[in-house]
Design a protein around this ligand. Structure first.
Ligand code: SAH
Length: 374
């Protein structure tokens, strides 16, 4: 395990590292990082995402894009952006639906992606649209923008703090006493900046990278027009609790056991993202449950149209996909996944989402200890 050796050496030289540093190395190490070395999606990989379940997911996002572009006044210089496009499946399906819904729509396509194998998959799928790739949102064009992010924010590193008798101490990754394994520990001194009241033992995540990203995007949407659509598993009300999870081969594994070999994620704190966007002057729509969003955009009607020209086995698969995407069970995709948009104040109504200020959308317990099924 080359990444374990590198992390061990860094800990021996500099002491235990913050969880965010550990997550950043596991996911993004230039040579051994999880996303640098593989395509993690699909049956042969570690997890399945909504666009890989059904083409209808990307098609409905395409309809959302067409409606929002029209609401923006159909700017000719639109940048259509996707963060973490995976295999390019969502955007491929969205662009096909867009070709039908808005024939005059020829946006510049920008993909934010750090994984070489996934960039190759995106090039194969989306090459005809001549995308421009970016390592981060920092280099995206200063233009009216529509930004799509499905299961992107959950993959960004977070810091964690645990409430102790002394205050909030940062969660660190160090070594077991014999030096052969990684182990969680806590910083000796509390962080004086965090003062939230909570019982001793409680854990809190601070999604620094996600907040920086949403701030940059919200600022651009407010200045130049546009919106960001974020779809992810997470919680609507701010909350405490440990949602760090590691997935390998569709199973939950110990996040410290095999650095760089498992997908590490945390639930997205939508309340924190909403606050950060609002502080940049952006309007916040939702979040709502994925199920409500997809039904509002016409999932049922789309499934009926597809089934009408399908054979019985295909029709069954379409019905199964609808059920999986909208499963309202506590651990189901339909309610664990949330959809939130934020953007330009001129966009007072967005397709599929309740208007800003109409409450917190769907409620649901918070923080959710549930985990999405792999
Ligand atoms: N949106 C896709 C893939 C989700 S997996 C889908 O729904 O199927 C997360 C995606 O984000 C992958 O494409 C991964 O390579 C990318 N990613 C993860 N961390 C990233 C980072 N820090 N910067 C850019 N892309 C990142």
């Amino acid at each position: 395990m080359p990444l374990f050796a590198e992390i061990r050496d860094e800990i021996l030289a500099q002491g235990p590292m913050p969880l965010a540093r550990y997550m950043g190395l596991c996911l993004g190490h230039p040579v051994h990082g999880y996303y640098r070395t593989r395509d993690p999606l699909g049956a042969a990989g570690d997890f399945v995402t909504a666009p890989e379940i059904s083409q209808m997911f990307g098609e409905l996002v395409g309809i959302w894009i067409a409606a929002t572009w029209a609401a923006m006044g159909a700017p000719a210089d639109l940048a259509l952006v996707e963060l973490g496009p995976g295999r390019g499946t969502l955007m491929g399906d969205a662009l096909r639906a867009l070709g039908r819904a808005a024939p005059g729509f020829t946006p510049a396509l920008h993909l934010v992606e750090t994984s070489p194998p996934l960039r190759a998959a995106q090039a194969a799928r989306l090459g005809a649209f001549a995308p421009t790739w970016h390592d981060s949102v920092a280099t995206l064009p200063e233009a009216p923008s529509l930004v799509i992010a499905n299961e992107f924010f959950d993959a960004l590193p977070v810091r964690q703090f645990q409430r102790t008798g002394r205050g909030w101490c940062e969660r660190l990754v160090g070594l077991s006493p014999d030096g052969t394994r990684l182990a969680f520990g806590l910083a000796a001194e509390p962080d004086p900046q965090i003062t939230a009241p909570a019982p001793v033992g409680v854990l809190m995540s601070v999604p620094g990278a996600a907040l920086d990203t949403i701030r940059t995007l919200a600022r651009r949407c407010v200045a130049r027009g546009g919106a960001v659509l974020a779809i992810d598993y997470g919680h609507v009300r701010p909350g405490f609790g440990d949602t760090l999870q590691a997935l390998a081969g569709h199973l939950f594994v110990d996040p410290l056991a095999a650095p760089g070999e498992a997908d590490l994620t945390t639930h997205v704190d939508f309340a924190a993202l909403a606050r950060a966007a609002a502080a940049e002057g952006a309007l916040v729509h939702g979040p709502v449950d994925q199920r409500e969003f997809l039904f509002a955009l016409g999932l049922r009607e789309r499934a009926e149209r597809l089934s009408a020209r399908a054979n019985p086995a295909q029709a069954e698969a379409i019905a199964a996909a609808v059920a999986r995407l909208t499963d309202p069970a506590r651990r189901g995709m339909g309610s664990l996944f949330k959809v939130m948009a934020t953007g330009d104040r001129a966009l007072t109504r967005l397709a599929g989402l309740p208007p800003p200020g109409s409450g917190d959308g769907s409620a649901g317990p918070s923080p959710s200890p549930a985990r999405p099924s792999p």
